[in-house]
Design a protein around this ligand. Structure first.
Ligand code: NDP
Length: 247
């Protein structure tokens, strides 16, 4: 299911046909409906990059697209896609043209001591955070390689994946997995000029941690993502954005 707000019709290949939108770079952003992913979408739109926002809910995607459409008159696009579902990813990605950036920001947390977590909760965390990131990368990288124009992948991990935390062992495992995966992928793809980097946020004020006091802002992560998008000689690195948090 893909839709482009402000486009009257949608066909197999996304209609990158308006004068303003042609020849613009394209970023696929998972989790672009809320929080960090949404802030990154806003930042990239401000930088003149067209955004393809993935989420599970059509209404929230439409809201995000409508909002970033107000930044400029580029055709940003929404896709209903669950990152746990490999087939859904394959189908949606096949509708895209060139892809220059992939930002994996979709993620969930379900915090509890490991002995109290149910099997389904464990599966859900790993499938969304780790498998989702791997599924998205493995599919989009194929297109980036074919395009022969290089590319930039930014995977959102967490300081918890580096330091660990009580009640977050499975979440930490998923986020540590993203680090090992991304560093390896950077080595696999360096010769093709496809850069892969990781952002490890500290506590950022989004729906995920609204119960806590204010820490970082989603925009702080978007600034780091915007920098990595431009930094042509940085790959395989972790940028920690946590305001010097000490867990
Ligand atoms: P939010 O809860 O605000 O947003 C999560 C996003 O992920 C939503 O857009 C949601 O879309 C999407 N999402 C969740 N599950 C799926 C799925 N199965 N398929 C597709 N999209 C999905 O989270 P944050 O913005 O806080 O977090 C973004 C990333 O940053 C996550 O990976 C998180 O682990 C990481 N992070 C966050 C920190 C924080 O303090 N907030 C700290 C460190 C890391 P929808 O529900 O519409 O489908």
């Amino acid at each position: 299911q893909a839709f482009a707000i402000a486009l009257t019709s949608f066909d197999a290949k996304l209609a990158y046909n308006s004068t303003n939108s042609s020849n613009k770079e394209i970023a696929v952003i998972t989790g672009g409906t809320r929080g960090i992913g949404y802030a990154i979408s806003q930042k990239f739109a401000q930088n003149g990059i067209r955004c393809v926002i993935l989420g599970r809910n059509k209404e929230t995607i439409e809201n995000s697209i409508n909002n970033i459409m107000m930044i400029n008159d580029l055709e940003h696009v929404g896709m209903v896609c669950d990152v746990r579902n490999y087939e859904e990813i394959v189908n949606n990605i096949s509708k895209l043209g060139n892809i220059n950036y992939l930002i994996n920001a979709a993620g969930i947390s379900s915090d509890n001591l490991v002995v109290k977590l149910k099997e389904q909760e464990i599966n859900n965390i790993i499938q969304t955070n780790l498998f989702g990131t791997i599924f998205m990368c493995s599919n989009i990288v194929k297109y980036m390689i074919k395009q022969k124009q290089g590319g930039c992948i930014i995977n959102i991990s967490s300081v918890i994946g580096i330091n660990g935390n009580v009640g977050q062992s499975v979440y930490a495992a998923s986020k540590a997995g993203i680090i090992g995966f991304s560093k390896s992928l950077a080595k696999e793809l360096g010769s093709r000029n496809i850069r892969v980097n990781i952002i490890a946020p500290g506590f950022i004020e989004t729906d995920m941690i609204s119960a806590l006091h204010r820490f970082g802002k989603p925009e702080d992560i978007a600034d780091a993502a915007s920098y990595l998008a431009k930094a042509q000689f940085i790959t395989g690195q972790i940028i920690i954005v946590d305001g010097c948090l000490n867990i």
